[in-house]
Design a protein around this ligand. Structure first.
Ligand SMILES: [Zn+2]
Length: 304
């Protein structure tokens, strides 16, 4: 081979490498918006994909503001899985900075799962974003995640779909276990009062009446008007307990509990998992923990 042909071959080789997708010979890098989404993505992704998270465990996903490390990480990222339906108002800043290399996936919007409309507050009439609180909703997320990863790494599509199938089965089992635990709570005690009205899907799945002091998403928290309205309702129909969530300030619930002498229980986990050594370190333990808290506080039957 002459020197000239060798040079042409090298050029052709370089051109082929450059034309391939950016992640063809590197790890596919994915970011999830919050910890629950991160865990669901990891269940499907396996080791072939690097998965990070934007909102750290314990922080409020609704009110997060992007940090310089978030922005740096996004520059190296191929896919962002976010819940959408208004859960992460800050996603608009990522949309503004995204280019052709970055795919944004609004998982809840794409999920094959019937949305519930927000019934109170500023966002009344819009879909409630907290679909993952029903394991069937989480399973619908899994399908969106698997299809997206398969599209980006087609050679591994079968593995992603197999993991998704496994995750779906585990979520169905989890749903039955949670239902069984909650079945011990008398129907008359199934009132679930929290700060944010984020238990709509959970309530639909497990037969509860759920209500929040304030509405859903980026709402003004605990306005005097909302507090007075809830206080009035509590006085009229006294539930067995009030509940606080791990990522909302407990000051409003503390005040209501004191005012009405109704016991306060929690934390319930919704918008974030707990730290690894906490009671809700993954999706399954989060739902089981919530079921235990509800069972204890709402007078669930104890085993013989
Ligand atoms: Zn929320």
């Amino acid at each position: 081979m002459t020197k000239r042909v060798t040079w042409m071959c090298t050029l052709l080789f370089v051109a082929l490498i450059s034309a391939a997708p950016a992640y063809a010979n590197t790890t596919l890098r994915v970011i999830a918006s919050f910890s629950v989404m991160e865990e669901l993505v990891k269940r499907v992704a396996g080791d072939a994909v690097s998965v990070n998270v934007i909102v750290p465990v314990g922080e409020d996903v609704h009110r997060w503001e992007l940090t310089p490390p978030n922005v740096l990480a996004l520059e190296e990222t191929h896919i962002v899985f976010y819940n959408g339906l208004g859960l992460e108002p800050w996603i608009r800043h990522i949309e503004a900075m995204s280019d052709d290399q970055l795919t944004l996936v609004e998982v809840a919007k794409k999920a094959d799962y019937a949305p519930l409309m927000i019934s109170t507050g500023q966002y009344k009439g819009e879909p409630d974003p907290h679909m993952w609180m029903d394991p069937a909703g989480a399973a619908a997320y899994i399908d969106v995640i698997a299809a997206t990863l398969a599209e980006h790494l087609p050679k591994q599509a079968d593995v992603f779909y197999a993991r998704a199938e496994e995750a779906r089965k585990a979520l169905t089992t989890l749903s039955s276990e949670v239902k069984e635990r909650l079945d011990g709570i008398p129907q008359t005690n199934r009132t679930l009062i929290t700060s944010e009205a984020s238990f709509g899907y959970f309530a639909r799945a497990f037969s509860f009446q759920a209500q929040g002091i304030w509405g859903v998403n980026h709402e003004t928290q605990g306005s005097a008007q909302a507090m007075a309205k809830m206080s009035e309702q509590l006085a009229a129909k006294r539930p067995s307990a009030l509940f606080f969530e791990s990522t909302t300030p407990s000051i409003h619930m503390d005040a209501l509990a004191r005012e009405t002498s109704i016991p306060l229980a929690g934390p319930l986990y919704v918008d974030s998992l707990s730290r690894a050594d906490g009671p809700a370190a993954n999706y399954s333990t989060m739902l089981r923990h919530n079921a235990e808290v509800l069972h204890t506080a709402l007078g669930g039957a104890t085993a013989e």
